[in-house]
Ligand binder design. Structure first.
Ligand code: SAH
Length: 257
């Protein structure tokens, strides 16, 4: 079961338990079964889901390790990721999580995370409620709503250590969606494709306005995937001004420049 994921995770320094492997297997089956009615994802092949959804989500652990302890010294044991995943209890929010990526795979391997999943499309929220219930995962809050609205609520504003967003928007828009949720000293993690430097440059001003600062771009090569990936890490270094995020639709329509 899940042999591509298991090998890919192993290469990241993580050894998945039989329970975790079964959870991913059930997640896969439900994703594909629900996809026929709900149109959750274009990626449905057994191998592809393991690599492009599950393993790609788990690669965020490389960013989390960086946030917790600086970069790994050369030659240091990669099983540090495994040690960290068990004890990590950060408050994490995944913005525009879709069918749960990257938040839910991370929660499966880091059971102590306090995870909030935010998603604007009702049918995707219905799937998330179903899969979290079916897998018996505790400590997950699922919200149907938009980042522009929830990022203004006092209980959510600057209330998270880590803010995740994959395939949500280009960086200037993504930054306006995510940085309001991030506490000072926290970090935004955005898994992206290969050629990300143009996008990063285009976001410099938006980051400065919103209280973010580029920390680094981590190049990621994942088992079984030809295309290189990268993780964009943004530190939260100053409070986000109260006028952000702007009203729903504006961050995408008129990205900060
Ligand atoms: N993160 C998932 C889904 C990416 S698609 C993955 O990587 O597979 C982008 C998702 O973000 C969609 O499900 C869309 O409904 C949601 N979304 C887009 N804009 C949003 C917003 N402003 N607030 C909350 N969710 C949003």
């Amino acid at each position: 079961l899940m042999e591509h994921l298991v090998e890919g995770a192993r290469q990241l320094g993580l050894s998945l338990s039989p329970r975790q492997i079964r959870a991913f297997q059930v997640y896969y089956q439900e994703l594909v079964a629900w996809n026929e009615r709900f149109n959750l994802t274009a990626i449905t092949g057994y191998r592809e889901v393991q690599l492009k959804h599950f393993l790609d989500s788990l690669s965020c652990l490389l960013a989390i390790a960086e946030w917790r302890g600086g970069s790994r010294p050369p030659g240091a044991p990669s099983h540090r990721l495994a040690l960290e995943s068990g004890s990590l209890s950060a408050r994490v929010i995944d913005i525009g999580t879709g069918a749960g990526f990257p938040g839910l795979p991370l929660k499966i391997v880091c059971p102590r995370l306090k995870l909030t999943l935010l998603e604007a499309t009702r049918k995707k929220v219905t799937f998330l409620e179903h899969i979290v219930d079916l897998l018996g995962i505790k400590g997950v809050e699922i919200i149907h709503g938009r980042a522009e609205e929830w990022g203004r609520k006092p209980a959510y504003r600057e209330g998270f250590d880590l803010v995740l967003a994959r395939a949500l928007a280009e960086l200037p828009t993504l930054a306006e969606y995510t940085l309001p949720f991030c506490r000072l000293g926290g970090m935004v993690i955005a898994p992206k494709g290969d050629e990300v430097w143009m996008e990063v440059r285009a976001a410099e001003n938006a980051l400065a306005i919103l209280g973010g600062r580029l920390r680094k771009v981590i190049p990621v090569e994942l088992f079984g995937l030809a295309e290189a990936r990268s993780l964009v890490l943004i530190d939260k270094v100053a409070a986000t001004p109260p006028k952000y995020p702007r009203r729903p639709g504006i961050p995408a329509k008129r990205p900060l420049r």
